[in-house]
Design a protein around this ligand. Structure first.
Ligand SMILES: [Zn+2]
Length: 874
């Protein structure tokens, strides 16, 4: 599954939650399901029936299946062991999300058939069987699809809804004649029904987990292709299918690469990539039928930006990687979810970098690592591998630790073992566990068998302990030899309690231009680096999930040669220095001193860090007297690079320059740069009469700047564009601009959208966070939330409420009001969202700490900087 989306990372988190639920008793296992569903598109209800063949492992009187919100009307058990079918008593338990079938006598070991019939509702939220209403041209249309991960297959049919209960599935469904119906496997047969509809039956699937079943039907069209003998289709709402061309060509390349990498060929006869319009969150790796929010699959060369293309490539590569890691080999239980997600995240960067080297993704991935490390340094963090006592809880663990930290740890182990050995270990793992389930330990075993080195001790430190280390490095010159000493401690923010974690850390040390030296830091140790010379400029290649803290002398040495470092070394140096300045181990000036020499080159990976740090500082400066001067400083640093790359795209510039340009312009706009704001308005007005005049790459930045400084007329223009936009990608572009309005009157108007039907319910409510963050109106947002809490809460299913509150608290950027909101939320909202409120409070507390110690340092540094600029100008 992909948890991230578009402009706000939190906009599309797919998480749901309810109360306690146990695991199924391991007395029975399913073998084969034959399921038929009969959706009623008018009344948004459905009927279902199934015939499931299962085996009794231990004699039992009760067969327990997962079932949620289904009205089971019929149940009958047959077996060659008894002449007449048995009718069980049915006990529904809403809390454990189960249906227990109690028989008059014990069922002995053997194979049985259970026939069930039920009815249920088609959901508006993407869980179980759900519907999407959307407009195509001027016509209202409806589409049905499914979303079962983590544990929502039970909302469509009673089943053993745990990943280890793999079985084969044969799905049939009644669909209107003009609809295209899609599932994991190709269509096996079609039968006309008396009511004019068609009964479509799909071929049986291979053995797989219940959460991977898929069904979609609608007025859909497709583009088709092929790779290694596998049929590939990109399916989209009719009229949009042409925008699937990029995704199709990309899927063909990726499938071929994965066939080679995993050493096991893609096992299904076809692969469908399905674009779902509206509010479907992220993307889901259903085997053979991947569903995507359409903005993550459809690329319109006339309207979509380079960033959209990159996002589509990454998300598609992520979901396709799951066809092996996740679908073919599945984690045994949710506590190893990271095996699915960390792996897919790591793989998406690897394959995309292979085919699009100009995006520099292997260097830019430092941004993802950093986002995980920020969460991982808070007191509320947790290990990658952690207990998930019951299935529903799995919904809450799709976070930065599972995805980005998981990927970073895999990358570190790959780098330690070497690319080739690592790949062979993965091939072994695939062959051993295909069509079955595995745990982390199985992965370490396969990698150890292949590399002839027990890597479990190294790996376990990273996945079973929370947090990560900072490695402190000191250098001393003794008798003409450079002695480096390394010590590791857990990296935390504001932590008083001493933590006793230790890691095995793969470290690389090199002198500038010299040969790298690799070693594993297990405890605190010293190494003699050079036999004959001291004072060589030494660089540390940080290729892992840790921070490097140089002693002040070493830091100065690195600073002196900073422009000679590789892009990757520069980026890691920036991230580490920034984090240490946040923590308080370095003065903020260390970081700002580093920015100057590094801000001259048009390297996106370097700039991504600088712009992120500037944005972090800018929000800390909100309401502070120094903000205006900080903006002047930002302008001084950013203007030269904008002059260098210009507003307009040039032929033959690399693809990352377009992304860099947009980000630099947007940051200058946020920093109130008069010339940039004026130019943005000029280009926006030209766009209104000639849409082609504005490059798709510049649109997000220009709209956002225009939205920020909008008057009523501009706001209305943006709103009109948002209402008229036909695709999800375009819609969010305009709405995000609206939410950015600084004018409180317009912000109040933007908040009203959350109560309307202009967007799907969850996206509409998440717009409030846009007003709080981008519009800088957390107080207005909170007042609005309090006033309309009943309506808003009803629009946020399950865990969405928790993520909403977490971000609302964080939007106060350390202001004590954020703490008060969090404390109020703890008292007034359901207990299940408490951990997320706690995370919001931890972020608020961290930002308060950062504000207190960083802002005065920044202000003093900026005053000195501006003074020196003035002096130089005179
Ligand atoms: Zn995933």
């Amino acid at each position: 599954m992909i948890k991230r989306f578009l402009f706000f990372a939190f906009l599309f988190l797919m998480v749901r939650f309810s109360f306690a639920e146990g695991r199924l008793p391991h007395t029975t296992v399913p073998l084969h399901y034959a399921i038929t569903i009969f959706p009623d598109l008018k009344n948004l209800t459905f009927e279902g029936k199934e015939n499931v063949v299962f085996r009794v492992l231990t004699p039992t009187q009760t067969v327990v299946l997962n079932s949620l919100d289904l009205n089971i009307t019929q149940a009958e058990l047959s077996s060659p062991l008894f002449p007449k079918p048995l009718q069980p008593q049915i006990k529904i338990n809403k809390e454990t999300e189960t249906a227990a079938f109690v028989f008059p006598k014990k069922l002995q070991k053997g194979t049985y058939q259970l026939e069930l019939a039920w009815n249920g509702k088609i959901s508006i939220n993407p869980r179980g069987l759900f519907y999407v209403k959307y407009t195509s041209g001027k016509t209202q249309k409806i589409l049905l699809s499914t979303q079962f991960e983590s544990v929502d297959a039970r909302r469509m049919f009673p089943c053993w809804d745990e990943p280890a209960y793999k079985a084969t599935f044969q799905l049939s469904a009644k669909v209107p004649k003009n609809f295209l119906a899609v599932s994991n496997m190709p269509v096996e047969s079609k039968q006309d029904l008396p009511d004019g509809q068609v009964l479509v039956r799909f071929e049986p699937t291979p053995k797989m987990s219940s959460y991977l079943l898929v069904f979609t039907e609608g007025d859909l069209k497709y583009l088709s292709g092929e790779s290694d003998g596998v049929k590939i289709r990109v399916i989209a709402p009719a009229g949009e299918e042409q925008n699937g061309a990029f995704a199709l060509a990309w899927a063909e390349k990726v499938l071929h690469y994965y066939d080679w990498y995993y050493g096991v060929k893609y096992p299904l006869p076809k692969l469908d990539l399905i674009a779902i319009p509206g509010g479907f969150g992220g993307a889901m790796e259903n085997w053979g039928g991947i569903t995507f929010n359409e903005a993550l699959l459809l690329y319109d060369p006339q309207k979509s930006s380079e960033e959209t293309k990159e996002r589509i490539a990454l998300v598609e590569a992520h979901e396709m990687a799951h066809q092996w890691t996740g679908d073919l080999v599945t984690m045994k239980w949710w506590d190893d979810l990271w095996l699915n997600e960390g792996f897919a995240d790591w793989m998406m960067t690897k394959v995309t970098n292979h085919f699009f080297p100009k995006w520099h993704l292997l260097v830019r991935v430092a941004e993802d690592d950093n986002s995980a490390m920020t969460t991982d340094a808070l007191a509320t963090t947790h290990p990658i591998e952690r207990p998930v006592p019951y299935g529903r809880l799995a919904d809450s663990i799709f976070d930065e630790i599972t995805y980005e930290k998981g990927a970073a740890v895999i990358r570190m182990i790959e780098s330690y073992l070497g690319e080739n050995t690592f790949r062979k270990g993965i091939d072994l793992y695939m062959h051993r566990y295909q069509y079955s389930n595995a745990t982390s330990m199985d992965l370490w075993k396969a990698l150890s068998d292949e590399s002839h080195e027990n890597i479990a001790p190294l790996a376990l430190g990273w996945i079973r302990q929370p947090g990560f280390p900072v490695v402190k490095v000191e250098s001393r010159c003794i008798h003409g030899k450079e002695i480096l000493s390394f010590t590791q401690t857990p990296f935390t923010y504001m932590r008083e309690r001493k933590l006793n974690y230790r890691w095995e850390i793969p470290i690389t040390v090199e002198t500038l231009g010299g040969k790298p030296k690799h070693f594993l830091l297990t405890s605190n140790q010293k190494i003699t680096f050079n036999k004959n010379a001291c004072n060589l400029p030494i660089v540390f290649l940080n290729q892992g999930y840790y921070r490097i803290e140089y002693s002040p002398e070493l830091f100065q040495k690195v600073l002196a040669v900073v422009n000679q470092l590789s892009p990757s070394q520069k980026v890691h140096l920036l991230y580490d220095t920034w984090a240490l300045a946040e923590q308080g181990s370095y003065p903020v000036s260390s970081y700002l001193d580093l920015v100057q020499p590094l801000s001259h080159m048009a390297n996106l990976a370097v700039w991504a860090q600088i712009l992120q740090a500037f944005q972090n500082l800018d929000v800390l400066e909100i309401g502070e007297p120094g903000r205006k001067k900080f903006h002047l400083y930002e302008q001084k640093i950013l203007k030269p690079i904008l002059t260098q790359i210009g507003w307009d795209e040039k032929p033959r510039e690399g693809p990352t320059v377009a992304i860099l340009r947009a980000n630099v312009i947007e940051t200058l706009g946020m920093a109130d740069d008069k010339a940039v704001v004026e130019e943005a308005f000029k280009r926006f007005n030209a766009f209104l009469s000639h849409p082609d005049s504005l490059s798709p790459n510049l649109r997000p930045a220009v709209f956002r700047i225009v939205g920020r400084y909008a008057d009523q007329k501009t706001f209305d223009e943006l709103h009109k564009l948002g209402l008229q936009a036909q695709t999800t990608e375009q819609k969010y572009l305009y709405y995000n601009a609206l939410y950015s309005a600084l004018d409180p009157k317009l912000a109040a108007e933007a908040l009203q959208i959350s109560l309307s039907n202009e967007l799907d319910p969850v996206s509409a409510v998440y717009g409030i966070l846009g007003v709080a963050f981008s519009g800088e109106h957390p107080n207005l947002a909170w007042d609005f939330v309090q006033k309309h809490i009943k309506v808003l809460q009803a629009r946020l299913p399950g865990m969405q409420l928790g993520f909403f509150l977490q971000n609302l608290i964080a939007s106060f950027h350390g202001d004590p009001k954020g703490k008060a909101v969090g404390e109020y939320a703890l008292k007034h909202f359901p207990k299940v969202v408490e951990p997320l409120i706690a995370k919001g409070l931890a972020i608020n507390q961290l930002q308060a700490y950062l504000k207190a110690h960083m802002v005065p340092q920044v202000d003093a540094w900026v005053a000195k900087f501006l003074q020196s600029q003035k002096a130089a100008a005179n």
